[in-house]
Design a protein around this ligand. Structure first.
Ligand code: ADP
Ligand code: GLC
Length: 473
């Protein structure tokens, strides 16, 4: 079987979040199951990836537009980068432009045309989120009679239901799509505008999302972003498959970003990492003081209003608090203010910083992730591997990956609370700080996490099973 994997960000080249990590790791794991996998991604203006291989003609915007294709082969995966300066050269930005809809409609259309370069048509085109959402729509409509794609099935993975890829329905013809998609049961209309994600949900042969729990949650009004009805309708074609992590990138025994390495058997290097982290932020090094860390996009999704509500209590409880993140200015202003009141105990870094993300995971004692919703979440899984105890809210992938610690039986790999409530959250933080004071118990908790295996192999086989199913269907 050969798979075309279409994704709008790819680590280490372009990244706004976990999607880029998944895009880098999953194709490798799929290739290891014996599939032929080709990845397609934009070549944003700041990238230099790949070798030039040719021009691609893309019917789009009432004409045939040209894109330039670059190629790279790494670890069994052939990656194609689509360079279209008019759409993808926007400084450091990946998304958030007024013409995002046209940019990623073009990307989706270009990925389809690229598929024609290969001798055999793809058995499956596997797109991710709204940015590839129109692919199944094109194949179901204007390309329906195209013999090349007659046997090609489509899958969309939903990484985050909050983002739709809204567009003006008048642009359907500009995108090369029929105007009857405006309305009706197969229509792309959502709240009076077009939604690419809705198109993907309706037109894909199968849908997956990134944890079993989230697959259930999005069928309920509370987490469904008003798509729950549609998703219930498609529930027989919707599968939750937990993300894995790439332990070649995230392993404290080998991580090149760290001041020292460590393993579950010998955690002494973690103290060196903690000292190194505190020094980087110019803070006094008091190794007995617990370090609470956060690495996160600063958005409401991540439960930062709960963090804001408990921040002073964390400070009074005597812990260090370190935050790496970027996003909503409201949060940046608050955390900067907090830092300014207690610079010896609180540190913040606003921006994207990959090495620092690794150093925070290694140097922290406790990792906070009280998300309002979390399709999967990767940082709590990285935290487990780094012996940094995650305190999470029981939602989505956080619920699937973290088990609340039971000190009687010594089972569990983190601390977990349920209600979206600052007091419940703070109770868990207090519990964490108490456990931290009992080194023998703490070691058990750390090791439970460090020894867990969340590598991609198992999940890759589950994706393979979905591919097989849609190809037979
Ligand atoms: P999401 O994709 O919703 O942001 P995930 O937990 O799946 O959440 O993935 C987040 C990824 O982005 C992780 O690899 C994390 O280390 C990384 N990350 C988030 N914020 C930053 C930052 N400020 N600097 C570097 N990496 C970051
Ligand atoms: C999204 C989700 C996150 C998930 C990531 C990768 O960004 O917010 O929970 O881990 O996608 O699937």
């Amino acid at each position: 079987m050969n798979i075309l994997f279409v994704v709008s960000e790819l680590a280490p080249y372009s990244k706004t979040g976990g999607l880029a990590d998944v895009a880098a790791a999953l194709p490798k794991a799929l290739a290891a199951t014996g599939l032929t996998v080709r990845t397609v991604t934009p070549r944003y203006g700041f990238m230099t990836a790949g070798d030039y291989v040719g021009e691609l003609r893309v019917p789009f915007g009432f004409q045939v537009q040209t894109a330039y294709v670059f190629r790279e082969v790494r670890q069994g995966v052939e990656t194609f980068f689509i360079d279209a300066p008019a759409y993808f050269h926007r400084g450091r930005k990946l998304y958030g432009e007024p013409d995002d809809a046209a940019r990623f409609a073009f990307f989706s259309r270009a990925a389809i045309e690229l598929a024609r370069w290969f001798a055999a048509p793809p058995d499956v085109i596997h797109g991710h989120d709204w940015m590839a959402g129109l692919i199944p729509v094109y194949l179901r409509t204007v390309l329906r009679g195209d013999p090349f794609f007659a046997r090609t099935a489509t899958i969309t993975t939903i990484h985050n239901l909050a983002f739709h890829g809204y567009f003006d329905l008048n642009d359907l013809t500009y995108f090369g799509l029929p105007t009857d998609l405006r309305s009706g049961p197969d229509g792309l209309e959502f709240d009076g505008v077009g939604s690419m994600l809705k198109g993907a949900i309706l037109a894909s042969d199968a849908l997956t999302t990134v944890s079993e729990r989230y697959a259930q949650e999005i069928q309920m009004p509370e987490y469904g972003f008003r798509m729950d009805g549609l998703l219930r309708m498609r529930r027989h074609d919707l599968v939750g498959i937990l993300n894995g992590v790439d332990y070649n990138e995230w392993n404290p025994a080998t991580d090149p970003h760290l001041a020292a390495h460590y393993t579950p058997a010998d955690l002494s290097g973690k103290q060196i990492c903690k000292a190194d982290l505190l020094k980087r932020f110019g803070m006094p090094v008091e190794l007995d003081r617990p370090a609470i860390v956060i690495v996160s996009r600063l958005s409401d999704q991540k439960g930062l209003d709960l963090v804001r509500a408990v921040a002073w209590r964390i400070l009074h409880a005597g812990a260090y608090f370190l935050l790496l993140g970027t996003g909503d200015p409201r949060y940046e202003v608050f955390f900067q203010h907090l830092r300014d009141t207690a610079p010896r105990r609180i540190a913040v870094y606003f921006g994207l910083n990959e090495p620092l993300a690794h150093q925070m995971e290694a140097g922290g004692d406790i990792f906070l992730m009280p998300s309002a919703y979390e399709p999967c979440g990767l940082n709590q899984i990285y935290s487990l591997k780094y012996g940094t105890v995650p305190i999470v809210r029981a939602t989505g992938g956080l619920d699937d990956t973290i088990q609340d610690f039971d000190r009687v039986t010594g089972t569990g790999n983190g601390l977990k609370f349920r209600a979206y409530n600052a007091n419940r959250f703070m109770e868990k933080i207090y519990e964490g700080l108490l456990l931290y004071r009992q080194p023998d118990v703490w070691r058990v908790l750390q090791r439970n996490g460090m020894q867990a295996d969340f590598s991609w192999a198992r999940s890759a086989w589950k994706y393979r099973a979905v591919y097989e199913r849609v190809c037979l269907g």
